[in-house]
Design a binder for this molecule. Structure first.
Ligand SMILES: [Fe+2]
Ligand SMILES: [Fe+2]
Length: 175
């Protein structure tokens, strides 16, 4: 059984994952309005991935007999209409999420809540992978630039990454 404090922390994280989905949905719409179909597809795939993360917290809380408390999801801050700052903001966002996952693990350790610690392990690995992917995209954007042909090339690559991500999210959600 989860402590009331842990239930609050996990509900807060559920909200943060929904915010993440909203954050990526905003970037997907922005990329599409810039005619960047690959980047739009990638941000949209991230939106789906973050919804799946929120549902992991939802399922865990219910399986532990805890109450789901849904709270308002904040509107994302506007981001400059250029691909480089859009990915810089993405990395900053994911680093923030990693910090909150680490905080949750700290709480679980203090409470000797082994079930929650084990549940959170998946997110620790997931955050490493997510930061690595964004770092890689950012590295290429910094090396080749986010204009002209380089942008076209990266947009095509993002379209392929989006397809892979969508399949990975579907497979992870499969029973
Ligand atoms: Fe997430
Ligand atoms: Fe994420």
């Amino acid at each position: 059984m989860l402590s009331q404090t842990m239930v609050q922390h996990l509900n807060a994280q559920l909200n943060r994952e929904l915010y993440s989905a909203y954050f990526y949905l905003g970037l997907a719409a922005q990329a599409e309005s810039m005619n960047l179909t690959g980047a739009a597809a990638w941000f949209f795939a991230k939106h789906g991935e973050e919804q799946a993360h929120a549902l992991r917290f939802y399922r865990y809380l219910l399986d532990q007999g805890a109450c789901i408390e849904l709270s308002a999801v904040a509107a994302p801050e506007p981001v400059e209409r250029r691909v480089l700052p859009m990915f810089e903001r993405t990395l900053e966002h994911e680093r923030g999420v990693t910090a909150t996952i680490n905080e949750l693990i700290e709480y679980a350790l203090v409470e000797k809540d082994h079930a929650t610690q084990i549940f959170l392990q998946w997110f620790v690995t997931e955050q490493i992978e997510e930061e690595a992917t964004v770092n890689d995209i950012l590295g290429r954007l910094r090396l080749f630039g986010d204009q002209g042909q380089a942008l076209l090339m990266i947009d095509t690559e993002l379209s392929n990454l989006a397809r892979q991500l969508t399949v990975a999210v579907q497979n992870a959600a499969a029973p």
